[in-house]
Design a protein around this ligand. Sequence first.
Ligand code: PMP
Ligand code: GLU
Length: 397
Amino acid sequence: MKLSRKSLSIAPSPTLTIDARAKQLKKEGVDVIGFGAGEPDFDTPEHIREAAMTAIREGYTRYTPSGGAPELKEAICEKMWRDHNLRYQPSQIVVSNGAKHSLANIFNAILDEGDEVIIPAPYWVSYPEMVKLAGGKPVFMEPDEKDGHMITTALLEKHLTPRTRAIVVNSPGNPSGQIYSREELQDIAAIAHKHDLWIISDEIYEKLIYGGANHISIASLDEETKKRTVVVNGVSKSYAMTGWRIGYTASVPELAAAMDNIQSHLTSNPNSIAQKAALAALRGPQDCVEQMRRVFDARRHYMVQRIEKMPLLTCKEPLGAFYVFVNAGQACGRHFRGTLINSADELAAQLLEHYRVAVVPGRGFGAPTYLRLSYATSEENIRKGLDRLEAFLQELQ
Ligand code: PMP
Ligand code: GLU
């Protein structure tokens, strides 16, 4: 029996694979520390769960309009205004089954066979696969760290071809936690104007920023940039709602209509109960977000400071999201109990096998000598996991 070329060209999500493996080991009674998951370890705040229970009790259990309930779209418009001074109408919003689904809708709505999307590395694992599934071609761009600016017009221009349709901007970024400066965003916008490109701005980590960093939505630069930008966001990370599956986009109405059309055939509306929960998240008290952010910040400090002291590893301080992206290049090429460790993939495999610590190897993020450690887990787990990582490194020869 034949499978499609498209399905065979896609790699499984390494983040979800590692997470599933760690959860499975835990279920089997193995004392494994999971630094793999990109998901807050907090429970969804009580008032949000209450809103979902009320929705069930009141029988809010039918199809909503495919692109989301009008009330939720209104709340998203209010949020965009409150946070970024961006005016959108409900007709510009599409609510989907997580930001992942929003991104898939975007690529399907803007790409024809062979169209190219520029993806700055390191990137979140799913962008290239989603572009390929939509018939497009991912074009990876290695940042140039000269002058502290990662993205410049010159660098972008080197990656343009007549088939380029879009640029992905993920700030704060997964896996590096980097935040683009206004200048970098302006450079990206200038190139997009000049070459008539879409800007896909994934802002899912916008609330998780640290050390006085400032998140700017590229759509807020000016009216022309806003028209070219499709903002992607969701409730998974800010409100600890990964399982609820609500993400959304804000864009020009034509693109929103195209995505709604696609979604209306593929999934219909996202879960009605989860939409009510998302409504409570966006319209309710926001102090829960700040409380979680502070806890993440303390963990971030601890993790970075421990890793900086470890042999063979280096890392930059992440300014957003909840990952530390660690350069493990010096650990590759060494031996562990007689086995040559050739790559960060092998490093991660041996670490899980012998020291029971799950980390995500960098290959899927376009950085093969790196490891990604998530600090969205308890302080005790972080301490224990880092003790184990340190002991593992000391064994490398
Ligand atoms: N974008 C980035 C950068 C992410 O890390 C994630 C995490 N899964 C998503 C989008 C999608 O989030 P979700 O589908 O849970 O809304
Ligand atoms: N985005 C998170 C991560 O990078 C969750 C897993 C996924 O959806 O890839 O780990």
